[in-house]
Write a protein that binds this ligand. Structure first.
Ligand code: PMT
Length: 403
């Protein structure tokens, strides 16, 4: 059963949040409540205090609730629900504003957030509201869409809060899905490695880390304990109570971190772009060009193949996944990697295609497995690729357990 924070903002539908709190408690969840100032005008904190027997967060500066009450609630919650979500609160969440207890706590929480809008139908239809909702969806919020019917204003339209019983069902579905990797350990590599040439130069690649981080987020959302081995990345790294991050630069460091974490992992996903070669020697001082020098030859030596080593020594039940970054003959090259590396899956991406591969927000991948037809996925956001991949792998782990 989950720890759920319910945030109530200014809408006449705020009274329905009390019914939802009761329903969630009936399902066995522990519920705490935060109210915006406008939400507290519709339903006073005393109502939720009586229902939950827990202090209700209204004031960012209320010292009676501890030194940093919003962070305490943000860290406590395993799931956050915004019910009802007013247009104003949705706009704040979409822009990252944090100017009261509720918006600050929602910005601070690492828990998944479900948002159930309720407002006048004209406010709902406004481009600004729809833009803000699209932003929330892109940021990974789950939106529980309002229904159409009679509004408090006396006319009909879209903007009615989803019924509390339906919200409770959506929560139950989400939590069931969210438990798919509960108790599992997942190791993810992300970003690129850099191989030094001298104190100021290196051989590297264009990996941003977005793909590996999307997988990390999806594994966390599915309840896993995650170790992220991150090379060079150009996006911020997440923080989460179930996430351990190891920063590495070179392939040798990545290998050491992977070797450390892999034996405990149920699932290893190698999304990092790892250098196949490194300079044979690293010059102790900056390499200077000499007068009359026409060129410079750098001798490279092969790096160990970390994925192949994992594939060769994987323990029963462990699932090992590699990526293949290809610019030609995607399937043929990825098939070869699947066999050569002993991986259970290869996620092949054609990195020469627009919108796919290094640095992009989206990816078009094909999933390969031994003795199965390749599965080509459409162009998706990297977040969606991460979620689909984690859902596929969680099902594989569960199926493996039942054999
Ligand atoms: O980080 P982004 O900007 O979001 O870009 C995502 C990505 C394109 C980097 C990612 O989707 C991807 O394809 N990652 C794998 C890149 C890569 O190194 O591919 P490869 O085909 O060279 O290697 C195949 C597999 O072997 C990979 O899982 C790689 O991690 C692994 N490998 C490679 C070399 C090596 N010495 N050891 C390895 O373990």
């Amino acid at each position: 059963m989950a720890k759920i924070a319910v945030y109530v903002s200014g809408s006449v539908a705020a009274f329905k949040a009390a019914t939802l709190v009761r329903e969630l408690q009936r399902q066995g969840h522990t519920v705490r409540v935060g109210l915006t100032a406008a939400g507290a005008r519709f339903v006073p904190p005393a109502t939720f205090y009586a229902l939950t027997h827990q202090p209700v967060l209204v004031d960012l500066w209320d010292q009676q609730q501890g030194p940093v009450p919003h962070i305490e609630l943000a860290d406590w919650a395993e799931l956050s629900l915004v019910v009802p979500a007013s247009a104003d609160l949705i706009a704040k969440l979409a822009t990252g504003l944090a100017d009261d207890a509720v918006s600050t706590t929602l910005l601070a929480t690492a828990s998944p957030i479900m948002v159930a809008p309720a407002m006048n139908s004209h406010m709902w239809a406004k481009p600004a509201t729809q833009r803000n909702l699209a932003q929330l969806k892109a940021d990974g919020y789950r939106i529980l869409l309002p229904t159409t019917g009679p509004l408090a204003e006396g006319y009909s339209g879209t903007g009615r809060l989803m019924e509390p019983a339906d919200i409770a069902v959506a929560v139950a579905d989400f939590l069931a899905q969210n438990q798919a990797l509960a108790g599992r350990r997942v190791l993810v590599t992300a970003g690129g490695t850099r191989e030094p040439l001298d104190p100021v130069r290196y051989l590297g690649n264009r990996s941003s880390g977005k793909m590996g981080l999307a997988i990390t987020e999806a594994a966390l959302a599915a309840g896993a304990e995650v170790t992220l081995v991150a090379g060079t990345v150009s996006v911020p790294l997440p923080s989460h109570p179930r996430l351990t991050i190891e920063r590495v630069t070179t392939t040798a460091e990545l290998q050491a971190a992977v070797d450390q974490a892999a034996p405990e992992a149920d699932l290893v996903i190698m999304a990092a772009a790892v250098a196949d070669f490194r300079p044979k020697t690293v010059a102790p001082q900056k390499i200077k060009k000499q007068a009359g020098q026409a060129g410079l030859t750098i001798e490279l030596v092969k790096n160990p193949d970390i994925l192949a080593a994992l594939g060769a020594k994987k323990r029963p039940g462990q699932v090992v996944v590699g990526f293949a970054a290809e610019t030609t003959a995607l399937l043929a090259n990825a098939e070869k990697k699947l066999a050569a590396k002993g991986a259970d899956y290869i996620v092949a991406n054609d990195v020469s295609q627009a919108g796919s591969g290094f640095g992009t927000a989206t990816n078009r991948v094909t999933l390969l497995q031994p003795h199965r037809e390749p599965q080509a996925w459409p162009l998706l956001t990297k977040e969606e690729v991460g979620r689909r991949l984690i859902a596929t792998l969680a099902a594989r782990l569960q199926a493996g357990e039942q054999q």
